[in-house]
Design a protein around this ligand. Structure first.
Ligand SMILES: [Zn+2]
Length: 462
């Protein structure tokens, strides 16, 4: 008997983990870190639902930490199989996982120094050695090429247009009555997004496991340049720094590219932009190597590369270079991770500048419940950072046009050519978003849609 088990991103947006079992083999689709509220983060410390060494293979849709960030822990628990992913994701994974390990080690050190962790001593979830071992298991597979992660399960990747290397997975499971097809959406990107291809069309399937991050909203027509121009001009008028919490790979390059476009057109004055992330700089090389995978016309890619080399872009690789930014007054822009403000260098900038009313904080991506980014959008008066309550006097602005996730209408467009699957499962959405998407698919398509809970298992019927 074949089954599909939901082990994460069920009722929340992080911790993507879906397990397919078939005749004694186990294949895990994504292996994400839980992020956000404390009770979610604590799940990262729980043992995996099945023994890690009983899993034959992992199939990874993309590099974002909420899809990949638990892999080193799975390896620490004994996983020894192959991790299949696209060539670009395979390249990015090293950058991402070492960075994640470093963040966790730094957080643990910081927590021990300041004594604010419950755990004494506070330990990292995994370290660089676990990442070394993880990367040795990675195998790159080209898009649209079939591969067999385990006996009776075959898969192929298609471009999801969500970030460099991102894919959705077409999976065929051999059962008594023939073959059943499951599509795992991973994260679905947007149409006409700067630097990315539109998502490829998904094939017909029996079971669909689809994300629903923005399932309860339709983004206003995306005009990222106009929106970015408006908030940046406001930030300049306010006089202080504009802090942009951004994932170092993808959104950071997109932002620099858009800022360059605005400055070149005279729509913004040239102002200093600090990229406070060594990873963002290293990622450029990976972008260049995989130009063919994305909507990188040579001019666009050249544009990003040039912008990174132009005098108004300043790189902070080392911790000291990062600290030196503290002495700079605005106007200017600081781009630092993490994107949801749950760790990384952005925290130091927020701690210093949030109490200053001349500061602007630009929120450019999805902010999960329980993250500092979400608290800011929701109008928090104080933000707890490194054990201290920091007063929020800065202006907080949000630009949804820069989001990397399809909204409800775009998911509808992505699924437009698909005949009704036998069953559709909505994952990777907070409850109102998942319900919004479910209602939409029931009303517009008449589909049978379910929102699974963590631990739910469904039979893949013959
Ligand atoms: Zn993602």
């Amino acid at each position: 008997m074949a089954s599909l088990r939901f082990l994460g991103a069920a009722g929340m947006v992080s911790g993507s983990r879906h397990l397919v079992e078939n005749g004694g083999v186990r294949v895990l689709f994504d292996c994400g870190l839980f992020q956000g509220e404390k009770q979610l983060r604590e799940r990262n410390w729980e043992r995996f639902a099945v023994p890690a060494d009983s899993i034959d293979a992992v199939v990874l849709t993309h590099g974002h930490i909420d899809h990949s960030g638990w892999l080193p822990r799975l390896v620490r628990e004994g996983f020894k199989g192959t991790i299949h992913t696209s060539p670009a994701t395979a390249d990015l994974l090293g950058l991402l996982l070492y960075d994640s390990a470093k963040c966790q080690e730094e957080d643990a050190v910081y927590a021990n120094r300041k004594g604010y962790s419950k755990h004494r001593p506070a330990l990292p979830l995994y370290d660089e050695r676990d990442v070394d071992r993880t990367l040795r298991l990675v195998r790159a597979v080209n898009r649209r090429e079939w591969f067999e992660p385990a006996r009776g399960v075959r898969c192929r990747f298609h471009d999801a247009g969500h970030m460099l290397g991102s894919s959705f997975v077409e999976t065929e499971v051999a059962v008594a009555g023939g073959v059943r097809r499951i599509v795992f959406s991973g994260d679905v990107g947007r149409y006409d997004a700067p630097l990315y291809n539109d998502p490829a069309s998904p094939p017909p399937c029996d079971y669909l496991v689809c994300e629903s991050t923005y399932g309860d909203r339709d983004h206003p027509p995306a005009r990222p340049l106009d929106e970015l121009e408006t908030v940046t001009k406001e930030a300049i008028a306010r006089g202080g720094m504009m802090l942009v919490a951004s994932f170092a790979i993808g959104r950071c390059q997109q932002l620099v590219y858009l800022l360059r476009t605005l400055m070149a057109a005279g729509r913004l004055p040239e102002l200093p932009v600090w990229i406070d992330s060594p990873m963002a700089v290293d990622a450029m090389e990976v972008f260049r190597r995989h130009g063919d995978e994305h909507d990188f016309s040579e001019a666009k890619l050249q544009g990003v590369a040039e912008s990174l080399a132009s005098p108004w872009v300043r790189m902070a690789r080392t911790a000291n270079e990062s600290k030196a930014i503290n002495a700079c007054k605005g106007p200017g822009i600081v781009i630092a991770s993490s994107g949801m403000m749950n760790g990384g260098r952005i925290l130091h900038h927020l701690a210093q500048r949030l109490p200053d009313p001349s500061t602007t904080v630009l929120v450019a991506g999805f902010q999960a419940i329980g993250t500092r980014g979400r608290s800011l959008i929701d109008g928090a008066k104080y933000l707890r950072i490194h054990g201290r309550d920091i007063p929020v006097k800065a202006a907080v602005r949000r630009v949804d046009a820069l989001s990397g996730h399809a909204d409800r209408r775009e998911i509808g467009r992505w699924l437009a050519g698909m005949p009704a699957p036998r069953r559709t499962f909505l994952v990777h959405g907070e409850p109102p978003a998942a319900r919004g998407m479910a209602d939409y698919l029931r009303e517009t398509r008449g589909w049978e849609v379910q929102i699974p809970a963590i631990g739910d298992t469904v039979e893949v019927e013959a």
